[in-house]
Design a protein around this ligand. Structure first.
Ligand SMILES: NC(=O)c1ccc[n+]([C@@H]2O[C@H](COP(=O)([O-])OP(=O)(O)OC[C@H]3O[C@@H](n4cnc5c(N)ncnc54)[C@H](O)[C@@H]3O)[C@@H](O)[C@H]2O)c1
Ligand SMILES: [Zn+2]
Length: 356
């Protein structure tokens, strides 16, 4: 029998600097996909790209509408005549990065990809790890990321000027994902962060290093090792859905981390003092929303809806148990099976917005 060996990890080179300086290194004839809003907020961006005699520049509106088959088809059509040796450069948040990753994978059976994350969330998370995806509408409901690829970027350009035009909410979102990695993967860094809030660039560098260390062990998600990056995502996704995606992903993950700490405590996996420390740090540091927000959102949802969302999230086992990432200590996480009675017992406190 032929044994397929897992693919090797492809390390992307991180380059820090102004967009103009980094763009001067872009090969001529490249295909650029640009978030339209970013292009408007940063008027020197398009001229810098044009100076590199690009093959094409496509501007897309950022947001989930960029992750559709229509947008992907638009990119395919625009990139049709680019050479196989060409480079696709994706400039925008996670949505532009995700659809561009799929496009880079498909065009000419794979072209070079340069990621230029312009949101903090994209910088700390989505532009790293090789994943790209588009959404689908199935029976009137948007299903996130069912069609996707692994296609590792060759380079990531980290241009701090872009983060200057982000709102406080967008900064908080990215920061919560970064703190997620620190709280679940690196105790020493967690202590340093709680002593002194990290500068934005420091946080991006640390989060990228942590995510990369996880992805490098399981580059194509064949061994389940990347699951650890899902701390806070089980109930985070539920809250995101019941808010009809009004609650941002990062904020949902923030509240989802509080739920995961509660579940961990209830199961005796997360020691009480660890849960306190992390909850307090999430308030003091990135500024997780209050538990009353969880209560407000759960008012809108029935237990039945939540069960349906949890099973649709593909994180449940055959007996309906949840496969959740729980902290065993600060900086240490494990995937554990959580039976429905455990989280259902916490439900009344969550619905009242209090710590169980
Ligand atoms: N591939 C992965 O591993 C991975 C990981 C996490 C999340 N994701 C995906 O990432 C997406 C979310 O990414 P996101 O939060 O960056 O969202 P996004 O791309 O929708 O960007 C959010 C908003 O910010 C705007 N924006 C972008 N850069 C800006 C800037 N510099 N200044 C001001 N506004 C700016 C965009 O136009 C958009 O309106 C989701 O689709 C999610 O599924 C992917
Ligand atoms: Zn996330």
């Amino acid at each position: 029998m032929i044994q397929l060996s897992p693919g090797a990890y492809r390390h992307a080179t991180d380059r820090w600097g102004s967009f103009k300086r980094l763009c001067a290194t872009l090969p001529e004839g490249s295909f650029a996909v640009v978030d339209r809003r970013v292009a408007r907020l940063h008027p020197t961006l398009i001229p810098a790209l044009k100076a590199r005699k690009p093959h094409t520049i496509v501007q897309l509106a950022g947001g989930e509408s960029a992750k559709t088959f229509e947008a992907l088809e638009q990119l395919m059509a625009a990139g049709l005549s680019m050479p196989r040796s060409g480079t696709l450069v994706a400039i925008g948040g996670g949505t532009i990065g995700d659809v561009s990753t799929v496009a880079a994978h498909l065009l000419k059976r794979g072209v070079r990809l340069v990621q230029v994350p312009t949101t903090l969330l994209a910088a700390v998370d989505s532009s790293l790890g090789g994943k790209g995806a588009v959404d689908m509408t199935v029976r009137g409901r948007v299903v996130k990321n069912p069609v996707g690829v692994f296609h590792y970027a060759d380079e990531a350009w980290l241009c701090p000027e872009f983060y200057a035009s982000l709102s406080d909410t967008q900064i908080r979102e990215g920061a919560l994902e970064a703190w997620k990695m620190v709280a679940s993967l690196d105790e020493e860094l967690f202590r340093a962060y709680t002593r002194r809030a990290p500068a934005l660039e420091r946080m991006v560098k640390d989060a990228r290093r942590l995510k990369e260390s996880v992805c490098a062990q399981d580059p194509y998600e064949q061994q389940g090792l990347r699951r650890v990056l899902n701390f806070g995502h089980t109930f985070g996704h539920v809250l995101e859905s019941v808010s009809h995606f009004e609650l941002s992903h990062g904020d949902a993950v923030g509240l989802g981390m509080l739920c995961a700490l509660d579940v961990g405590r209830a199961m005796g996996v997360t020691p009480e003092d660890v849960a306190w420390k992390v909850e307090d740090a999430l308030h003091q540091g990135p500024g997780v929303l209050g538990r009353e927000r969880t209560a407000d959102l759960l008012k809108e949802a029935s237990l039945k809806d939540v069960v349906a969302l949890l099973s649709a999230d593909k994180k449940t086992g055959s007996a309906g148990e949840l496969r959740m990432v729980l902290l065993t200590d600060v900086g240490r996480a494990e995937v554990r099976d959580v039976t429905a009675d455990v989280w259902r017992a916490l439900w009344p406190a969550w619905s009242r917005g209090v710590r169980p």
